[in-house]
Design a protein around this ligand. Structure first.
Ligand SMILES: C[S@@+](CC[C@H](N)C(=O)[O-])C[C@H]1O[C@@H](n2cnc3c(N)ncnc32)[C@H](O)[C@@H]1O
Length: 261
């Protein structure tokens, strides 16, 4: 199913326009802690409208992003040109399943469950192998994702609503988990946007099919890829969580630090 949300980059970009400077500072701390060389070149799979692409250069990084949605890419490219960043930021049309690069990046980031759009073990493994080969040895891949919740009552209504406004467009976004198919490891989710675009009201409701992640699968797919090792995990407050913690969706979106072998 084609997600409509990503065909409306101008609305995506308002709905997800929260301040990411604290998150970028956290990434910098992780780079300093885990990467034993100076990090300059960053890769962002599934870069969307380029929130990180235009922000990371402020911190001295060069960045390459890719996405498989042409509309997101057109938006991101214009934004990069408008910011005069075309010499240090590159965007390409690629799919996470198969994207690989000849140059070796120092680190990679994958934000807000974007990796969830890879559903099968085979596609995830291919992504891990190709991304691992596109990173320098001892570089890191920071993957931000939520695992399945343990408790059914939590699964039924862990909804998340927020309102953001930018340049005359105000959007209330609600992201809901509809149901899990535990056997097929699929999470069915709905994103609803109530949009006020310069006084014109519309609603965009969109269904997303995402991988239902279990911690055991993260560990085993990373091991099978032979390209990474799971180095560390951090929570939304950027506090480190021990690798032997019981990990479930109740802990929220976590940052997994994969270290390239
Ligand atoms: C939640 S958005 C995140 C965008 C961006 N990383 C951010 O933080 O704003 C998910 C993005 O994943 C992209 N996407 C989904 N499946 C993909 C795939 N198989 N390969 C590349 N990009 C994909 C969508 O087009 C969308 O731009």
């Amino acid at each position: 199913m084609k997600e409509k949300l990503y065909n409306f980059p101008q609305y995506y970009d308002v709905a997800f326009s929260w301040d990411i400077s604290r998150e970028i500072k956290f990434f910098q701390e992780l780079f300093t802690k885990y990467v034993p060389f100076e990090e300059k070149n960053i890769l962002e799979p599934a870069c969307g409208t380029g929130r990180f692409l235009v922000k990371l250069p402020e911190y001295g990084y060069h960045i390459t992003g890719y996405d498989n949605n042409p509309k997101m890419l057109i938006f991101a490219k214009k934004r990069i040109i408008d910011a005069g960043l075309q010499n240090i930021v590159t965007v390409e049309k690629k799919n996470m399943k198969s994207a690989k690069f000849k140059i070796k990046f120092d680190a990679a980031i994958n934000s807000i469950n974007s990796i969830g759009y890879l559903l099968s073990d085979e596609d995830i493994l291919s992504h891990f192998k190709n991304t691992g080969e596109s990173l320098k040895s001892k570089g890191i891949y920071i993957v931000h994702l939520a695992c399945a919740c343990d408790h059914p009552e939590f699964q039924e209504k862990p909804d998340d609503s927020w309102i953001l406004e930018k340049e005359g467009i105000k959007i209330k976004t609600t992201w809901l988990i509809d149901k899990y198919d535990i056997e097929k490891k699929i999470s069915y989710q709905t994103c609803k946007m109530e949009i006020d675009d310069h006084g014109k009201q519309t609603t965009l409701e969109d269904h997303h099919i995402l991988r239902l992640w279990f911690f055991e699968d993260i560990k085993s797919l990373i091991r099978k890829s032979e390209k990474f090792k799971l180095e560390a995990i951090y929570d939304e407050k950027h506090k480190q969580i021990s690798l032997d913690t019981h990990i479930s969706g109740e802990l929220g979106n976590l940052y997994y630090i994969f270290k390239a072998l």
